[in-house]
Ligand binder design. Structure first.
Ligand code: ISJ
Length: 101
């Protein structure tokens, strides 16, 4: 009985945290979509490797401070950034196509 209750209590928190993660990611992607539109309009490249490196350094340090595996934090951020850059490439090519038409 104890184990069932304890498991449920922990899973309730996991559910809340996962919901927060989805909301945080949705807000982050809203911002990055705007960045993508700005870059397309002003002909800036979709990826900014210097900014990515700075973010990864910052996130690795935060992960270490909060006892999260920094290797995991870096992989997670790289996964997100790859998706953002893919969006930016799409926005840029749609923008260029719209200007041609
Ligand atoms: C969001 C940007 O575009 C790209 C995505 C980044 C990110 O998701 O953190 C960082 C750098 C860029 O490669 C940006 O330039 O700020």
């Amino acid at each position: 009985m104890f184990v069932r209750k304890e498991l449920q209590r922990l899973r309730d928190s996991i559910d809340n945290l996962d919901a927060a993660l989805v909301h945080l990611l949705a807000e982050r992607f809203k911002c990055t979509q705007e960045v993508g539109r700005l870059k397309a309009e002003y002909q800036l490249p979709p990826a900014d490797p210097a900014r990515e490196a700075a973010q990864i350094r910052r996130l690795r340090a935060l992960a270490e401070e909060s006892k999260l595996d920094p290797v995991f934090a870096e992989r997670f951020l790289n996964f997100i950034i790859a998706e953002v850059v893919r969006h930016h490439e799409l926005i840029a090519s749609n923008h260029a196509a719209a200007k041609r038409d």
